[in-house]
Ligand binder design. Sequence first.
Ligand SMILES: Nc1ncnc2c1ncn2[C@@H]1O[C@H](COP(=O)(O)OP(=O)(O)OP(=O)(O)O)[C@@H](O)[C@H]1O
Ligand SMILES: [Mg+2]
Length: 232
Amino acid sequence: MNNLHLDQDKLNLTEIVHDLKTPITSIMGFAELLKKGTQDEETRQEFYSIIFSESQRLLSLVNDVLTISEKNLVTGTQKCNINIQINKYAKVLKPLANSKNIEIVIQSENNDIYVSIPENKMSRILTNIMENAIKYNRESGKVYIDLFERNEKVFIKIKDTGIGIAENELSKIFEKHYRSESTKNMNIEGSGLGLSIAKDITEEYGGMIEVSSKVGESTEFIISFPSANITK
Ligand SMILES: Nc1ncnc2c1ncn2[C@@H]1O[C@H](COP(=O)(O)OP(=O)(O)OP(=O)(O)O)[C@@H](O)[C@H]1O
Ligand SMILES: [Mg+2]
């Protein structure tokens, strides 16, 4: 194995370890809620399901690490139902949203919007961007998620009512370890890696991410992919 491979592997490892944070945090969050024991049976069952599926996701990320060390990368095509993924991660991130009294509002043209990407990769894009939309939002803010298809492309718009990003920083936020000036002063935890991971995975599957923002008002990320519906 040459050095180039080693460097790339190290990079992938760092990114996977970064993305282990979300499932671990949500498992802890839901376990804590269950420990309080104030939910009805239906809600409890829902929380158990989330804990189970987030544990599966953890396992799949750990398997990615093992795959890297075995140099046995599995790619292959898989179709992912975006509606299901978005609703799933809105639920998973609900405790985080609730902690700031933030409402996540989802709108979708129809229930069958597909992209050719493995679910575990889509989950890493969505959780990183949705988590930011909550983290950098104001107290009692909103996160609007719109899903639609145009000209054989799938669009996922994630808009928040948060702190915003200055014009001159918009192109830098996708760089590794870059955090905006306003974020640095706000005492919000982060390593500046989430967006670079989301962008890398999106581009690996033929998509792109665009961002626009109004400082102190809102930020909107638009993720687009070639639609997988036409080959259904
Ligand atoms: N929705 C948003 N609103 C305002 N600023 C944002 C938003 N999303 C990202 N940013 C800015 O872009 C920076 C980079 O985001 P990124 O997700 O890569 O890292 P992070 O959130 O700081 O840390 P982490 O690695 O835990 O995700 C953030 O620090 C923040 O300054
Ligand atoms: Mg982030």
